[in-house]
Design a protein around this ligand. Structure first.
Ligand SMILES: O=C(O)CCC(=O)C(=O)O
Ligand SMILES: [Fe+2]
Length: 370
């Protein structure tokens, strides 16, 4: 079978004529095979995954205040509406977005999840309630301060999107905390490449045990604090409230190095510069990337009156990306554009990260003579 003619189509795809069809297609004189520009783009750009097509914007607390959106629930739920794709894009780009005017209904959180994809059910159930209760099985279900963390690191896969719908929040306190951990992780990864700070290597090589073993359930996974992706970005695993007992035989020096690195990370994600603190009101719902953005909350006062009740659920990464891959051209760039832009932007982005105060503070703390 040979190509006898190739021409450009109106949509910048190709029309290829072959002399003979394959046997399975009858084997007669060939016809034109149409290859769409999108198909060709994807074929020619294997290293432009969806993440690059949406673009990633790291943020600190003041940047996210300007960028974060609160999108109307009804607009989001409408079929094929722009608001729907705005939500998907913000989750991909910023890792966080809010809905407002969400109906006060126990089913709202699953409706929101199912508008995007299917739910990732866990042993907490298809959906779960976050309320202070006696004998709480985990610290999230108390009224105490809940430090920045990711949910369910002891599961595989770790849930990707977490959705929390606020039904009541009339107590004193109970404000939500968020921090862009991938921003800090990527900076620490840059610092680590400097031989002077090689102790940070421990954050990549050490694994931390996460576990849950209560009420007839037993789960466990070991995860490093930093996992470089090989694309100049660095995944992060951080969930101190749910850490299990260390069992690996690391030396005292190795442990000391890990602790120093972990402390630098912890201070950076918790610094007032990095933190985004916001109060969720009834009818608000947050959707965030649990793999990238850490969440927590301030303590609240149950005795002073009022109540606090959130309902949550999760979506897995593959299910979320499956939906996200159908974004219209208004919301993503083509694979080719994404690849070119990324190549150009990479150096600039690294330089920008290294110029931040967060980076300089981390560097100062890492310096042995500091
Ligand atoms: O109470 C909150 O605001 C957050 C609770 C929490 O971390 C969770 O449900 O995963
Ligand atoms: Fe949580």
């Amino acid at each position: 079978m040979e190509i006898t003619k190739v021409r450009l189509t109106e949509d910048n795809g190709l029309a290829v004529t072959v002399d003979k069809d394959m046997k399975s297609h009858g084997g007669s004189a060939g016809h034109e095979v149409l290859l769409s520009s999108q198909w060709l783009d994807e074929l020619l750009s294997p290293n432009a995954p969806l993440e690059l097509r949406y673009g990633r914007e790291y943020w600190d607390g003041s940047e996210i205040k300007d960028k974060v959106r609160r999108i109307d629930y009804e607009a989001f739920m409408q079929d094929e509406g722009t608001a729907f794709w705005d939500v998907i894009r913000d989750i991909m780009r910023l890792g966080i977005v809010f809905l407002r005017n969400v109906p006060r209904d126990e089913e709202s959180v699953s409706r929101i999840a199912l508008r995007i994809a299917n739910i990732q059910e866990t042993f907490y159930g298809r959906t779960f309630d976050v309320r202070a209760k006696p004998n709480a099985e985990n610290v999230a279900y108390t009224s105490g301060y809940l430090g920045l963390h990711q949910d369910l690191l002891y599961l595989e896969p770790v849930p990707f999107v977490q959705i929390l719908h606020c039904i009541d929040n009339s107590c004193q306190g109970g404000e939500s905390l968020f921090s862009d951990a991938e921003r800090v992780g990527t900076m620490l990864d840059l610092l680590r490449r400097n031989p002077q700070y090689s102790f940070l290597q421990r954050l990549v090589e050490h694994t931390v045990p996460y576990g849950y073993a209560r009420h007839g359930y037993r789960y466990g996974q070991n995860r490093p604090l930093l996992r470089p992706t090989g694309r100049n970005e660095c995944e992060v695993y951080w969930s101190p409230p749910f850490q299990a007992e260390w069992r690996e035989g690391y030396s005292a020096q190795e442990m000391a190095d890990w602790v120093l690195g972990a402390r630098i990370f912890e201070e950076a994600v918790n610094s007032p510069t990095s933190l985004y603190q916001t109060r969720m009101e009834p009818g608000d719902c947050v959707l965030f990337n649990n793999r990238r953005v850490l969440h927590g909350r301030t303590a609240f006062d149950l005795d002073g009156g009022g109540s606090r009740w959130l309902r949550g659920t999760y979506i897995s990464k593959q299910d979320f990306l499956s939906k996200a891959s159908y974004a219209p051209g208004s919301h993503v760039s083509s694979p080719r554009d994404a690849r070119e832009r990324t190549a150009n932007d990479e150096k600039a982005r690294q330089a920008a990260l290294m110029a931040t105060n967060t980076y300089k503070e981390m560097e100062a703390k890492a310096r042995p003579d500091a």
